[in-house]
Design a protein around this ligand. Structure first.
Ligand SMILES: Nc1ncnc2c1ncn2[C@@H]1O[C@H](COP(=O)(O)OP(=O)(O)OP(=O)(O)O)[C@@H](O)[C@H]1O
Length: 263
């Protein structure tokens, strides 16, 4: 059942190829008071692709995610989602509703609520926290939450206060809060940071399962983790795409070795 809801392609995607873009950024420029955070950045992510974005501190990875989610407006350039939705014209809330979910590095769960309640609130985004908890879930919504609990190995924690979870479990819960909304594109900022080795391994397995149904863009510094998950890797440096390809290809790139990986 879990397989059907969260890991099988959307019906709408059945005629699409991985080469069809779910996200297209072209010639993006972002300046902060004269400082160029992104310069002529172009990037395409395919339907169902799992893309890793790596690069040194200050390379522009967070700014890139901010542009996609509408938090930062580019000074110039185009951002198209699902081929014809111009994200630069939408608010962050409209972008989230259009199916783009973002997970920040630090987990932001409601610590005083149970695991189940956190997922319930995430599912009923149009209501306030308390209205969400009062509104009854329909059968389909209950199934969705139960499947997410199973997928994220949080089934036995469903009634536990989120504040009592381990750091890794909070990370999983936050991923679950995105998944109940059935996003098309997931943006994940250093999802494995602070996780145990076993949790990191499961995160890798989970992402490989989710790719195909969802498109994923993962910003990550842990090269071991990147190696286990990535289809393609984009290397950012000083707000530009320095290299793109398989991990093996970018690891062999002389410029990437110079600015990021080291010799
Ligand atoms: N609001 C802002 N005002 C001024 N400068 C900013 C702002 N946001 C980001 N920057 C600058 O833009 C550059 C790119 O920052 P960004 O956070 O996107 O990099 P990053 O690749 O995510 O780095 P890290 O790996 O450290 O998170 C940095 O030099 C940063 O100082």
């Amino acid at each position: 059942m879990t397989d059907q809801l969260f890991t099988q392609p959307h019906l709408a995607d059945r005629h699409r190829q991985q080469t069809d873009p779910v996200l297209q950024l072209s010639a993006i420029n972002v300046s902060f008071e004269g400082f160029r955070a992104l310069t002529d950045l172009s990037l395409e992510i395919g339907v169902g692709e799992l893309r890793c974005v790596i690069g040194p501190n200050g390379a522009g990875k967070t700014t890139l995610m901010d542009v996609i989610t509408g938090k930062t407006r580019p000074n110039s350039g185009k951002v198209f989602y699902d081929q014809d939705t111009d994200l630069t014209r939408l608010s962050p809330v409209e972008i989230a509703r259009a199916g783009i979910g973002r997970k920040f590095q630090k987990p932001t769960v409601f610590e005083a609520l149970s695991v189940f309640e956190n997922l319930e609130i995430a599912l009923k985004t149009e209501k306030s926290v308390w209205a969400s908890l009062r509104a009854r879930l329909d059968g389909e919504q209950q199934d969705r939450i139960n499947e997410v609990l199973k997928l994220l190995r949080l089934g036995s924690e469903r009634d536990r206060l989120a504040g009592r979870l381990s750091h890794g479990q909070k990370q999983f819960l936050e991923i679950g809060m995105l998944l109940v909304q059935e996003p098309h594109l997931l943006l994940l900022d250093e999802p494995a940071a602070g996780m145990t080795d076993a949790e990191t391994d499961y995160t890798a397995e989970l992402f490989r399962q989710l790719a195909g149904k969802h498109s994923l863009m993962v910003v990550e510094h842990d090269m071991g983790f990147v190696e286990t998950i990535a289809d393609r890797v984009t290397v950012l440096h000083q707000g530009q795409v320095l290299a793109e390809g398989s991990l093996r290809e970018v690891q062999a790139n002389e410029q990437v070795i110079d600015v990021y990986l080291g010799r």
